[in-house]
Design a protein around this ligand. Structure first.
Ligand code: T4K
Length: 404
């Protein structure tokens, strides 16, 4: 058990002795039963059917569609390719409105298809796209909106639907964070023309790498399936331009086994979330984003916001302190897509319409969660954060002096 930290000198940033020997990551994978996985993998090897719509992929697709109450589920090798294919299949050309506060894949998937991502600010008290700021971004080239359910907190789907209908725009969702979440009792997966999930290793539910498109539109699903497999409509018969977005059997096997542990993953995430909240309650300048517990949530992301003026320490300084302790906290999605290439060069004035995004990017701090982090470790992490924030002003002065 690492030594406790009760004064600033004990912090690793001064003492050189990290609280944890091994790094504690944000995004350590949740893993299901290994024995069951080996049985499934044995089956895959017995059949010698490794990819191309095999039985594991079909089973996973059917289970996900049933669980989310959506007619069609198409499994993918990752969510980025899924977003690219959806962009193309749905005819989202010209310009598409997206939040800047998202993982770069949302913007890149559009740009990769020569569609311009037009960045919209987040809402007040929200980390999601602000429906009230969309109309001012619409031009004659706009064809769609992609909302992102950041951290698994769903977008205001009704408001987005209203603006999309009014301007005849396609509305789809990047639901990479939102598997297992609901809005007004309806599972994420069934909103807009389609929703894209990520099953990357770092996600609450993973297939190592992977993703899925969920849609109730049968024609769109058909087109997406064709595009995902080079446009093949049977042996030797290519009827469409396509690429390779297929999930393989081993990934699907991991997914099927992980699905069996879903309730346990959620329960652990939720317990950790409450522990962080309780142990860090009442600190000036540090707020844990609260989940709406009346809805379904996966609790995968534990998101703090640091208000430097009140805490006396900046978010980045706090991260420095945590990294020295081997707690690899993250500042997703700093600095915002609009400040990354190629968008920074293509759209140098985009920041003028993104004041809230800038603020959120400066405040957000994610801490380790998931089945790989234990309760005793969380207590130690909280102790470090508590000390750093309670003595924020003094700590900042000492760090400034150390650097000069
Ligand atoms: N849309 C949104 C809103 C997204 O957040 C994402 C992905 C996508 C679309 C695209 O989905 P995919 O195409 O990936 O399916 C990570 C993930 O790579 C990325 O999937 C995820 N979002 C994003 C939020 O996080 P990085 O650059 O932070 O990855 P990295 O390598 O720093 O890993 C994060 C932490 O996880 C590290 O501390 C190490 C730990 N880790 C990672 C892996 C892969 C493990 O402990 N074990 C592992 O196997 O992007």
């Amino acid at each position: 058990m690492p030594a406790t930290r009760s004064n600033l000198d004990q912090l690793a940033i001064f003492s050189g002795n990290p609280a944890f020997e091994q790094p504690l990551h944000v995004g350590r994978p949740n893993l299901g039963d290994r024995k069951r996985l080996m049985e499934r993998i044995d089956g895959v090897f017995e059949r010698r059917w490794l990819s191309n719509n095999g039985p594991m992929v079909q089973e996973l697709e059917a289970k996900l569609a049933a669980m989310l109450g959506v007619k069609n589920c198409i499994a993918f090798c990752n969510a980025t390719i899924a977003l690219e294919i959806l962009t193309r299949a749905a005819g989202m050309t010209g310009e598409v409105i997206v939040p800047s506060f998202t993982f770069i894949a949302t913007a890149h998937a559009l740009q990769w298809q020569q569609t311009k991502p037009v960045f919209c600010d987040v809402g007040p008290d929200s980390h999601n796209i602000d429906p009230a700021r969309i109309e001012e971004l619409i031009t004659p080239h706009t064809t769609g909106i992609i909302g992102v359910h950041v951290w698994g907190e769903p977008c205001d789907t009704e408001a987005l639907e209203t603006v999309a209908k009014k301007h005849n725009l396609k509305l789809a969702y990047d639901a990479a964070h939102a598997f297992g979440c609901s809005r007004q009792g309806k599972m994420i997966g069934g909103h807009g023309i389609a929703e894209v999930m990520s099953f990357h290793a770092t996600k609450f539910f993973n297939t190592t790498e992977g993703g899925a498109i969920l849609t109730n539109d049968d024609d769109l699903a058909k087109k997406i399936r064709l595009m995902t497999n080079f446009g093949f409509a049977g042996f030797d018969n290519v009827i469409y331009i396509g690429t390779n977005g297929k999930m393989n059997e081993l990934s699907a096997a991991v997914g099927l086994v992980n699905l069996e542990s879903l309730d346990e993953f959620i329960a652990t995430n939720r317990r950790n979330y409450h522990q962080y909240r309780d142990e860090l309650a009442g600190l000036p300048g540090l707020t844990c984003r609260a989940w709406n517990e009346e809805e379904k949530r996966n609790y995968q992301y534990i998101v703090f916001e640091v208000d430097e003026a009140k805490a006396g320490i900046s978010r980045d300084r706090l991260i420095e302190v945590l990294w020295a302790e081997n707690v690899l906290a993250r500042r997703y999605f700093f600095p915002g897509c609009h400040r990354m290439e190629p968008y920074r060069s293509f759209q140098p004035h985009a920041h003028m319409l993104l004041p809230r995004t800038k603020e959120v990017c400066q405040r957000v701090l994610l801490v380790p969660n998931g089945t790989a982090v234990g309760q005793a470790e969380i207590t130690r992490i909280c102790e470090i954060i508590r000390l750093a924030v309670e003595r924020g002003g003094e700590l900042t002065r000492r760090l400034d002096a150390k650097k000069s």
